[in-house]
Design a protein around this ligand. Sequence first.
Ligand code: GLN
Length: 243
Amino acid sequence: MYEIKICHLYPDLLNLYGDTGNIISLRMRSVWRGIGVSVLEAGIGSFFDPCGYDIVFIGGGQDLDQAALQNDLLKNKKSAIFEAVESNRIFLCICGGFQLMGKYYKTGEGRTIDCLGIMDHWTEAGKNRFTGNYSFECDFLKKGSFDGRVAGFENHSGRTFLSGNAKPLGRIIRGSGNNGEDGYEGAIYRNVYCSYSHGSLLPKNPAFADHLLALALTNKYPDFEGLEPLDDTLENIARLKAL
Ligand code: GLN
């Protein structure tokens, strides 16, 4: 039986706007296919095993929460996270988690939160927040008849600018995304998928969830041939309605 291990990093601090919904989606879409799944948590002070997880989830957080975990992240987990990324583990990093993978986040109060620097993007707070439902288009999701359009929800003051190894996850159709200027949403580096879209991302966009699960299973099992399709009628109604 195939088995997937998911790590939820800082679950008590990085969990805004239903972010745990992304974990529930990965879990249930595995369970419905008879794939074993365990969700492990790594908070402040706990060990992050660079080889221990197939998928790592980092959610969004308030500026205060991002600052609170900065020490632990940089001192205790940075090199292990770097190792996991470079060995092609799958990461899903949302909003504050997206910002933490980059170089730094300068808050509205002028405080600079040093981030992991595994990816080359950086973030500075703007005067207003970008809030609401939005949509974007991802080329890597255009498979078969699927058009790659993703329905999301954003709520952030950070403006993120891509550079170097951080390539865009998608192009904005409606809403603000990374910075409201360049039309980009999120970032990708290796198997690290970053987005500003919170907890409805995977539940409402099952093709994205399956993309991550398939990558994780391909990494782990040489004989893996692909995921069984599921009945996504309800999910697709929700996605199309939101779009
Ligand atoms: N605190 C960050 C910002 O406002 C991230 C917010 C979030 O994760 N929703 O940009």
